[in-house]
Design a binder for this molecule. Structure first.
Ligand code: SAM
Ligand code: SF4
Ligand code: SF4
Length: 370
């Protein structure tokens, strides 16, 4: 049986730093790396996604299928997780390396006790946009505390407005109304223009695309359709289950005419469209059919302190021993800078060019976050 989360044996401790990178980046000494930091494909480091737990109160069939994430699943022991203080320290180091946006994710980030306290610690770092992705089941009771703590934006994952389909996809005891209450509470707490992520799976929830559009038009929130991805090793992904972004757009456009919008910023993963009648905007994230590796500026930090340079990575880089052995911030920055400088990942592009070899087991989305 395949393991569902990376083992320490699969962690890479060595890095092959290209000469060009060595000229710019100081490794393991107290000199901070030169900025802007660029990887081998000239992509800057801008975004950090921090997965703060690998546990979840849902068992979405495309992410944590219950038969693979049951009672006996070896979730990370709580004592092995990065503490809030360690996360905040690392966030400062990353901000110094050019990171402008941090997204807290998981697993389900609202399951981590007192997550608003972590938000408050991160909100104090100048120049950072702070966001969080959640299934919203616990959002109604936490939204105000998150707002007060300084969280800037929230993304909510919601795949259907039909109770039966919602329950089938989320495979949880939570009801659709609890998620909708969470969205309402976030709105009331002052989070505007929530992003609502819908993963579209053919034959499962694609008939509900227009219901979602009708519901979120005029709401001020931005509905985003996500192509079902081949992340991890447990969801039995098949290309036939993917509804392409162009098909999704055609279906929406047939009901509610759309006009293209410019990206908000370079490297934005969603392509934006607005309703011609002014009812708001939607986005499509075409990670499968229109890969966007060329502008991928994202680095990922796992709950127990491993860095992953791609959502489809098979190996992480373990920060924990360095963090806990008293290395200085500058030395940590130099090490991370070396990892970024050596980065070559472009999994989705290679998948589309059918150039992927079998490089090992991919990490799970519930472990590393979306
Ligand atoms: N639990 C939180 C949530 O669901 O919002 C945060 C973590 S979840 C892994 C982050 C995002 O990944 C969600 O929007 C989810 O829909 C998306 N996701 C998970 N598995 C996916 C897959 N196979 N393809 C596309 N998106 C996926
Ligand atoms: Fe949990 Fe989010 Fe994965 Fe669903 S998508 S199982 S809510 S981590
Ligand atoms: Fe970035 Fe990897 Fe996704 Fe490409 S496949 S966009 S490199 S995370």
């Amino acid at each position: 049986m395949k393991h569902c989360q990376p083992r320490s044996a699969r962690v890479s401790h060595t890095h092959h730093i290209p000469l060009s990178a060595l000229r710019r980046v100081a490794i393991n000494n107290d000199l901070p790396p030169a900025l802007p930091l660029r990887d081998t494909l000239n992509r800057p480091l801008r975004d950090l996604r921090i997965s703060i737990t690998d546990r979840c109160n849902f068992r979405c069939t495309y992410c944590m299928p219950r038969e693979r994430f049951g009672h006996s699943h070896p979730f990370l022991p709580r004592g092995s997780l990065l503490s809030f203080e360690e996360i905040a320290r690392l966030a400062r180091v990353f901000a110094g390396l050019g990171v402008e946006k941090i997204r807290l994710t998981g697993g389900e980030p609202l399951l981590r006790k007192d997550v608003h306290k972590l938000v408050a610690m991160l909100a104090g770092i100048p120049g950072l946009e702070l966001t969080l992705t959640t299934n919203a089941a616990l959002l109604s009771r936490q939204a105000q505390a998150l707002k007060d703590a300084g969280l800037n934006r929230i993304t909510v994952s919601l795949d259907s407005l039909d109770e039966a389909t919602f329950r089938q996809m989320s495979d949880s005891d939570f009801s659709l109304s609890e998620v909708l209450q969470g969205i309402e509470a976030a709105d009331k707490a002052g989070f505007k223009a929530l992003k609502i992520n819908m993963v579209v799976k053919r034959g499962v929830n694609d008939e509900g695309i227009l219901d979602m559009v009708r519901h979120f038009r005029h709401s001020g929130h931005v509905l985003r359709f996500i192509e079902y991805m081949d992340v991890g090793e447990t969801n039995a992904w098949r290309l036939n289950d993917v509804v392409s972004a162009s098909e999704i757009l055609a279906r929406v456009h047939a009901g509610f005419p759309l006009e293209p919008l410019e990206a908000n910023y370079p490297g934005e993963v969603a392509r934006r469209w607005r309703f011609a009648d002014g009812a708001g905007e939607i986005g499509v994230i075409a990670s499968v059919t229109q890969a966007f590796c060329g502008s991928c500026t994202r680095l990922r930090l796992s709950p127990e302190g491993k860095l992953f340079t791609c959502l489809f990575a098979t190996q992480g880089h373990d920060l924990m021993p360095r963090l806990r052995s008293g290395e200085s911030d500058a030395a940590l920055a130099g090490w991370v800078g070396g990892i970024w400088a050596a980065r070559q990942d472009r999994y989705s592009e290679l998948r589309n060019q059918a150039q992927l070899g079998d490089s090992g087991e991919k990490i799970e989305m519930s472990y590393i976050g979306g």
